[in-house]
Ligand binder design. Structure first.
Ligand SMILES: C[S@@+](CC[C@H](N)C(=O)[O-])C[C@H]1O[C@@H](n2cnc3c(N)ncnc32)[C@H](O)[C@@H]1O
Length: 307
């Protein structure tokens, strides 16, 4: 995994949904935690995996009286940038970045609870579950809210990923645009080759708008084409814009590929079941989380340690 999460958290977001969820999680993604959080008490030690800028920690603080705040260790592989307000809420919370849940720096049986929202599924589950089995107390509980492959979060992003990968392919729009620019720089407008390339590019754009306009627009390629043709007199600026788009496209493909791989497919769920059975983690419940419109949001997993 690259450094895109560090860059993201540096911007100060609280949740992983940017401006779409600017405050904290609401609705089903909040409700799904309330039952668990109200069971916490002041002696409990809670481990939050893939905490980001501490959205779940903040939900815990909002849910409980100060006297009932548990000790929380909130870890993340990336560099995080937790808002001072969240940090100030409790001296019983430690945020530890650069920490991979496949190699947790905690003693055996340290925690009464392990929680994770859209975090643990990014790790190699055979390794992270083994670590969780190690650090969880006997009778300790886990709750994970993970990406579901058919959720309203993952599905549109997978469509954007496909459109983005296609742009870079040998017959893709970005390749065509670059070829067209080379031809225009060499022979000017109106050459047979540039006309052919222009026609191909227009066809490509039309086809993709028809196929999935929302995903195609989200790649920003239509905007790129418009900007490039508005700057026909400034070759240097055009090249700068092209280079920046190329970099952003590569970053987006990497991020969305990670998301798509993280989502709990049937195979990944089977891996979890097999690992849990080997590690003495009893599966209490696996269920689908829906939003108010009955659309899939996530998969929720509850485990208890029998070891
Ligand atoms: C989608 S964000 C979720 C953040 C937060 N839990 C939330 O709900 O807003 C996923 C986070 O998991 C972290 N992550 C990915 N792989 C990890 C690993 N192996 N160990 C710990 N954290 C990891 C990423 O760095 C990122 O901050």
């Amino acid at each position: 995994m690259s450094d895109y999460w560090s860059q993201y958290w540096r911007q100060g977001h609280l949740t992983s949904f940017g401006e779409d969820i600017a405050d904290n999680y609401e609705g089903s993604l909040k409700n799904v935690w309330q039952g668990l959080f109200t069971g916490f008490n002041a002696q409990d030690r809670v481990l939050d995996i893939g905490t980001g800028n501490g959205a779940l920690v903040s939900l815990i603080h909002n849910e409980l009286e100060v006297a009932n705040y548990p000790y929380i260790s909130a870890v993340d592989l990336a560099e995080i940038n937790v808002n001072q307000d969240v940090k100030d809420k409790s001296s019983k919370t430690e945020f530890i970045d650069y920490t991979n849940c496949e190699q947790l720096p905690f003693a055996q049986q340290s925690f009464s609870y392990v929680i994770s929202q859209f975090g643990i599924e990014y790790s190699k589950l055979s390794l992270s579950l083994a670590q969780i089995a190690k650090v969880l107390k006997i009778g300790g509980k886990c709750q994970f809210v993970c990406h579901h492959p058919d959720s309203i979060i993952v599905k549109p992003n997978v469509a954007i990923l496909k459109a983005s990968i296609d742009l870079r392919s040998s017959k893709g729009g970005f390749t065509l645009l670059q070829e067209l620019l080379v031809e225009l720089y060499k022979n000017g407008r109106g050459s047979p080759k540039s006309e052919k390339l222009r026609a191909k590019l227009n066809k490509y754009i039309g086809t993709n708008i028809e196929k999935n306009n929302e995903a195609f627009q989200a790649t920003n390629f239509p905007l790129l084409v418009k900007t490039i043709f508005q700057q026909m007199n400034d070759k240097l600026l055009q090249q700068k814009i092209i280079a920046q788009f190329k970099q952003e496209l590569a970053g987006s493909i990497e991020r969305l590929s990670d998301l798509s791989r993280a989502a709990l497919s049937k195979d990944k769920l089977n891996t979890i079941k097999a690992c849990c059975s080997k590690l003495g983690l009893e599966i209490e419940n696996i269920s689908t989380v829906y939003d108010e419109q009955d659309q899939i949001l996530a998969t929720k997993i509850n485990l208890i340690s029998n070891n």
